[in-house]
Design a protein around this ligand. Structure first.
Ligand SMILES: Nc1nc2c(ncn2[C@@H]2O[C@H](COP(=O)(O)OP(=O)(O)OP(=O)(O)O)[C@@H](O)[C@H]2O)c(=O)[nH]1
Ligand SMILES: [Mg+2]
Length: 222
């Protein structure tokens, strides 16, 4: 099975070279979607020899993943992995996240920060104890989905699932829309433990509530 990896990148010149060199040897095709960066993310991507797709303006992670996933479907991918450019995910987890689809045990796999106690202890306090429990409650109550961490952004899907999962949210709420679509289409889902490295404490409180606001919007539009 041909594994393609899509990485949305917005002003990631600091990380993109290392990410490309870590991920490319592990997949059949690596696609970087430069989401309207104003730094040298695109130049470095070309220099490192990964496939580069460009958004002229910044449109959001959801939009960047849509652009990259469509490219993968049009270029023969069997499995599509979504991975971030900021160095928070470990490339060695890619095989773990693709394996259930290769073994026909799942059509969609979500990487979870909360399946492994040792790893979940590294998640910043506000994210772990306020934002995530709220997001999980929203997912359970409004989407009737009981996953430990559908918002991690590290996921894999079969080409068949990717063709049928449509998300319209351009910004961060795309995570919940994808989860909602997976549920709606009754795809076989698995979660695997991943480790997320927080260099700085990432999303602030406001960032978290922005997602929750977008979640509600996603819920209303679905
Ligand atoms: N924030 C942001 N990231 C984008 C955008 N477009 C693409 N991305 C990429 O989407 C990925 C995830 O974005 P992050 O800002 O790291 O979001 P996050 O991991 O949920 O939040 P943090 O914990 O703050 O890192 C990264 O690879 C970004 O480069 C955008 O418009 N805004
Ligand atoms: Mg991040």
């Amino acid at each position: 099975m041909r594994v393609f990896c899509v990485i949305p990148a917005f002003n990631e010149e600091k990380n993109i070279k290392a990410i490309i060199n870590q991920v490319r040897p592990l997949v059949d095709c690596l696609v970087i979607v430069d989401d309207g960066s104003t730094d040298r993310t695109a130049d470095f991507t070309l220099r490192e020899g990964a496939v580069l797709l460009k958004h002229i303006i910044n449109r959001g992670q959801g939009a960047a993943l849509r652009t990259g996933t469509e490219y993968c479907l049009n270029n023969g991918a069997d499995i599509i992995v979504h991975f971030d450019a900021d160095g928070q995910f470990l490339s060695q987890d890619i095989e773990k996240i693709a394996a259930p689809i290769k073994n026909n045990k799942a059509q969609v796999v979500f990487g979870s920060r909360f399946l492994n106690a040792e790893h979940s202890s590294e998640v910043p306090f506000i994210k772990k104890n306020i934002i995530m429990p709220l997001a999980k409650a929203v997912n359970r109550i409004f989407f009737n989905v009981n996953l430990t961490d559908p918002q991690s952004g590290f996921r894999a899907m079969s080409a068949e699932a990717a063709r049928r999962i449509g998300w319209r949210q351009d910004r961060m709420a795309h995570c919940s829309e994808i989860m909602f679509e997976v549920k709606k289409n009754n795809f076989k889902v698995k979660e695997v433990p991943i480790r997320v490295i927080y260099h700085n404490f990432g999303q602030s409180f406001s960032g978290g509530f922005k997602i929750l606001k977008e979640l509600f919007i996603a819920m209303l539009v679905n």
